[in-house]
Design a protein around this ligand. Structure first.
Ligand code: ADP
Length: 489
């Protein structure tokens, strides 16, 4: 197998760092072997990026010209939809139905930020003097770092690259160790779409080495990170020392609430999808369920029956719902939480084991698991498991429910199931989370901002204003008459 090259400032070449191997989580077969980026590669990529974004060829490119590149990127992604989805499935083991959605989302994101780029406007704030015109404009930051996790590579990478470039920056991507292939594919697509060299580099490698060197580099002017809360906090410290902005999309332990008047069938289906799609490896997974006691039994019966029908299987085979977890280490972490749930007094209603099917033995599958009998303060109800594990709790009183739903260090998302929209909106206002889904779960629109409350993050991605997070504002005062430049006497 020939070594996969990395993309340093428009040039494909071998990394100068450690050997790195990416494997298919379904069977452990090798997807690609490469050498990771080295610290010298980071320095070179950042220095060339700094030159590239200052070049007139990029700085003077008009918004509609930058948009044209993003439109070409979107078309190229759409044209390779199936190939990219398969590659992403091999990269992290998500079933094809999900990775197709992620590829479509990446194409849509490029198209959306092409549009945002074209309609982006500065302001002319009302002048406070007859002799002045005041302008407020938005300028790029320079070279920015995008650090991404393994659970939705192509979508989370595009969510950073597209607005960063649309805003006029240069961007260095450090993909997750386990999943560098889609970011490298994106580099190929951006080059083919005509992005000038230097404006995008993709540097696979260890977070603690390459990621760390990247964010500490003096020429890096923003950190955009998606990943665990612990790493996010460490990066926020570095950003604070450098006095640069950090945008952080972190963990979650999202509550889903079923009120007494909910449509039980729709709620059960939405809850099942909200926790078990992607094998629960999603920051927004609806992992804490609160059900009004009056509908507890019918809801749980239906949820159990739907969960038992989920098909665990090869992620490249159509019709399978649950692929392997990303790695055996990740599965062990999930199993440790299930053991902890038992110790804490939880009852495992379904799952809780490695599936017995010999066809799944080579991968890191884990059964979808539902646990009851725990108090919301139990560790299993408070810590992010990042696997197919749902904790379910009945509730009687709405004010106690809100206190419990909000009792979490996280505040990423929440779900509410009820036929009463007014009540749902009132509840939504009281939940300390960045996104609330009512009678649905885990649906996204690139036009709608996303980000966390509390320790789930800082800053927002997506939406019309999302591009501003990649820019800095400048005010200009223009005197229309020299009389203004006098001492008052
Ligand atoms: P996860 O639990 O999702 O793997 P991490 O926070 O460990 O979350 O990883 C998300 C991304 O952050 C990955 O690309 C990883 O390599 C990177 N990363 C991990 N540690 C650091 C670090 N100290 N500095 C910079 N990047 C890091």
């Amino acid at each position: 197998m020939s070594l996969q090259k990395i993309f340093v400032a428009g040039v494909w070449r071998e990394g100068r760092g450690e050997p790195l191997m990416t494997t298919f989580p379904a069977d452990g077969s090798i997807n690609a072997e490469l050498r990771a980026a080295s610290i010298e590669d980071v320095e070179e990529a950042v220095a060339l990026a700094d030159q590239a974004w200052r070049q007139p060829a990029w700085r003077t490119l008009l918004p509609h010209q930058r948009a044209a590149i993003l439109h070409r990127v979107s078309d190229l992604i759409a044209a390779q939809q199936e190939e990219l989805a398969e590659l992403q499935t091999r990269d992290n083991g998500k079933p094809l139905a999900e990775t197709r959605g992620l590829v479509a989302s990446a194409a849509a994101t490029a198209r959306y930020f092409a549009a945002v780029c074209e309609v982006q406007e500065g302001e002319i704030p009302p002048a406070r003097s007859q002799q002045l015109i005041t302008l407020s404009r938005y300028e790029p930051l320079g070279v920015v770092a995008a650090i991404t996790p393994w659970n939705s590579p192509i979508a989370s990478e595009m969510q950073k690259i597209a607005p960063a470039l649309a805003a006029g920056n240069a961007v260095i991507v450090k993909p997750a160790e386990a999943t560098p292939l889609l970011a490298l594919k994106l580099a190929e697509i951006f080059a083919e779409a005509g992005l000038p060299p230097g404006l995008l580099s993709v540097l696979p490698g260890k977070g603690s080495v390459i990621g760390d060197a990247l964010v500490r580099h003096p020429l890096i002017k923003k950190i955009s990170f998606t990943g665990g809360t612990k790493t996010g906090r460490a990066l926020a410290h570095i950003a604070a020392e450098k006095l640069i902005p950090a945008s952080l999309e972190l963990g979650g332990k999202s509550p889903t609430i079923v009120l007494a008047d909910a449509d039980i069938e729709q709620a059960a289906r939405g809850i099942c999808y909200g926790i078990f799609s992607s094998g629960g490896q999603a920051c927004i997974a609806g992992s804490r369920l609160f059900v009004h006691r009056s509908v507890w039994q019918p809801l749980m019966d239906r949820l159990l029956s739907l969960t038992r029908q989920l098909r665990l299987g090869h992620p490249l085979m159509p019709g399978n719902h649950i692929g392997p977890l990303i790695s055996h280490a990740q599965r062990q972490q999930v199993m440790d939480y299930v053991a902890l749930a038992r110790e804490e007094g939880g009852e495992i209603l379904c799952g809780g084991e490695i599936p017995a099917d010999p066809a799944l033995a080579a991968g890191s599958w884990f059964q979808p698991t539902i646990i009851t009998g725990l108090d919301n303060r139990a560790r299993v109800c408070q810590e992010e498991i990042f696997g197919p594990v749902l904790v379910a709790m009945p509730f009687d009183d709405e004010s106690a429910l809100i206190a419990d739903a909000n009792h979490s260090i996280f505040g990423l998302a929440a779900g509410i199931w009820t036929r009463d929209s007014g009540r749902a909106l009132q509840l939504a206002e009281q939940l300390e989370v960045g996104t609330v889904w009512i009678n649905t779960y885990k649906v996204f629109a690139i036009s709608t901002p996303f980000g966390g409350y509390k320790q789930s993050g800082l800053g927002r991605e997506k939406g019309l204003q999302g591009i501003k997070a990649w820019m800095q504002q400048k005010s200009i005062y223009l005197a229309t008459t020299p009389t203004i430049n006098r001492w008052s006497d």
